[in-house]
Design a protein around this ligand. Structure first.
Ligand SMILES: Cc1cc2nc3c(=O)[nH]c(=O)nc-3n(C[C@H](O)[C@H](O)[C@H](O)COP(=O)(O)OP(=O)(O)OC[C@H]3O[C@@H](n4cnc5c(N)ncnc54)[C@H](O)[C@@H]3O)c2cc1C
Length: 523
């Protein structure tokens, strides 16, 4: 935040004459890595020193791109959404989707330059002699999404499709798909996606009606997929019911559906319509009609959903990271605005009421940063064989997805407005009771929130206590306790004396020592 405050000085009297200088500045042209004190402090904590040293230039480079060229491209792509061409000029069902060149340039950055899709599967991306740790991958996703959200869906779903094929497909299918999917050559590579949702079933996956028939030695799919993001991907992983299989989730098998057959001809499915969405407008989501399309069985035909849930869980984690990224962008925009907008003769950050609003934006943004890095670190440990970390990751993933995505909404609203330990034990107790007693199911969201808040407070306190780290995270942990885990009487004013002093330190553009927090962490 220090970098934000120094760049935006007050407008000169001459500039004021031109009117626009009255308006608050924004974040464009900042380096989103350089201005993110929390991220810079925490990465050395969660990454091995040699990985941090090797990757820091790439965090910095992506931070610059995210505040610069990527941000420009994202704005243009959002204004020029993809267009479906259902037929060619001879009336053939050769459907294809046109994208604006700005979207294509973003693809080149993501799939060609950074190779997000392949970075945790093979050596050779970003100059590394081995796959990147999950902490680094998600930190890079976090920087990218601060400018472009829509493209992160194809990036992430290609990455997670590769994971499923590597883990479950037979050798022949691996040999066919992986070299194309792991390629960094944008002109020839195959990108992945995931089609599950049907009209009959979104959450209720067991209601899926798509049928798989074994005809002349190959699987052919018949059905209608209702919400297919990255609709024109080169290969889609999907669930279908082999003829004669039981109803419900037990009868679903996992298939890989290529867009083109081995002879180069179009596979027998059509994109019949693109969705008119509120968000993620740069990326094409569509409806897919399967008309006897050739597909390859992946793994065990009786474990389709179980296998697919691995992809769903990886997507959930990435969604939590994306929410954290969007909150960070909102926070940065709010801070720049608060530091440069003048109302009633002062910059608006000087008003206590506005500072409280900024704290309310800061807190969930910082919580989600700690929570996604902690979860990604658990993934790295789980991948290295640590069973406890694997169990931790199972809980952290849905908590992060649920809470960060929800917090993103008031944070965005709050940021737009600016532009315009006691509870810890009881929170865990609460979650355990709700999990154990079916009659308490209606409390599930409240219990998940309590668990998220309590975990983030503990993680941030631990982060603050590490030698040499910025102690402001301990203040944020105290704010979690006060704002999220304490009972309040809405009819009683609160003095919040510590909060005023705490806010000074949270918004100070320098590293805070633990000793400076004396008297601010208790009471
Ligand atoms: C932008 C976007 C992109 C998408 N991309 C894809 C994609 O690429 N691939 C894909 O397969 N799908 C995709 N989807 C679809 C998405 O996965 C489904 O919308 C989602 O699974 C919910 O299913 P549904 O829409 O049928 O809603 P429903 O399942 O009908 O749910 C409606 C409401 O009921 C609630 N509900 C359902 N069951 C319960 C229960 N047991 N207890 C309490 N509440 C319940 C839900 O939380 C929801 O609020 C996308 C959706 C969006 C918005």
């Amino acid at each position: 935040m220090d970098a934000l405050s120094t760049r935006h000085g007050f407008p000169s009297e001459k500039a004021r004459d031109r009117g626009p200088a009255y308006l608050a500045a924004d974040c464009s042209e900042h380096n989103f890595y350089a201005i993110d004190r929390g991220l810079r402090d925490l990465l050395p904590l969660y990454l091995a020193p040699r990985d941090f040293r090797a990757l820091e230039p790439h965090f910095d480079r992506l931070g610059r791109l995210a505040g610069g060229r990527l941000d420009e491209l994202a704005r243009i792509a959002d204004k020029h959404p993809p267009v479906l061409n259902p037929r060619d000029r001879f009336g053939r069902d050769e459907d294809w989707i046109d994208y604006h060149p700005s979207y294509r340039e973003m693809e080149t950055i993501a799939f060609g330059d950074f190779q997000f899709h392949a970075m945790s599967h093979r050596a050779g991306t970003l100059g590394m002699d081995r796959p990147l740790p999950a902490v680094a991958k998600y930190a890079l996703q976090y920087l990218f999404v601060q400018s472009e959200f829509g493209l992160m869906c194809p990036i992430s779903v290609t990455d997670t499709s590769i994971h499923l094929i590597r883990k479950f497909a037979d050798q022949e299918l691996k040999d066919y798909l992986l070299p194309k999917m792991l390629s960094g050559d944008c002109a020839t590579m195959w990108k992945g996606t995931q089609f599950m949702t049907e009209r009959a079933g979104g959450s209720d996956v067991g209601a899926i009606e798509t049928m798989a028939r074994h005809e002349d030695g190959e699987w052919r799919l018949y059905g209608d997929k209702w919400f297919c993001s990255h609709a024109d991907a080169d290969v889609a992983l999907l669930l279908a019911r082999p003829e004669g299989a039981p109803t419900g989730t037990a009868g679903l098998a996992l298939f890989a559906l290529p867009r083109r057959l081995k002879d180069g001809s179009r596979n027998a499915f059509r994109i019949v319509r693109l969705k008119d969405k509120l968000g993620t407008r740069s990326m094409a989501s569509g409806e897919i009609l399967l008309e006897g399309a050739v597909a390859y069985l992946v793994g065990d035909a009786r474990a389709g959903l179980k296998q697919m849930m691995e992809q769903v869980n990886l997507s959930r984690l990435s969604h939590g990271v994306r929410a954290a990224a969007m909150m960070r962008r909102c926070l940065n925009e709010a801070m720049v605005s608060a530091q440069s907008r003048i109302a009633f003769g002062k910059t608006i950050i000087e008003y206590p009421l506005l500072r409280r609003q900024l704290l309310k934006i800061t807190l969930p943004a910082e919580q989600s940063l700690s929570m996604f890095l902690f979860a990604a670190h658990a993934m790295d440990r789980a991948n290295a064989g640590d069973n406890d970390a694997a169990l931790r990751l199972r809980i952290l993933t849905p908590l992060l997805k649920f809470r960060a995505c929800r917090d993103n909404i008031p944070v965005a609203t709050g940021a737009m407005e600016v532009r315009g330990g006691n509870g810890y034990e009881s929170a865990l107790d609460f979650a355990e009771r709700v999990a154990a007693e079916p009659a308490l199911e209606a409390n599930a969201r409240a219990a998940a929130s309590a668990l998220y808040h309590a975990t983030s407070a503990v993680v941030m306190t631990w982060e603050a206590s590490r030698p040499g780290n910025d102690a402001r995270r301990a203040l944020l942990a105290r704010l979690v306790l006060d704002m999220k885990l304490s009972a309040k009487d809405p009819l009683q004013p609160s003095r919040r004396d510590w909060e005023r002093e705490g806010a000074e330190l949270i918004f100070a553009g320098r590293k805070i020592a633990l000793a400076e927090l004396a008297g601010l962490l208790d009471g």
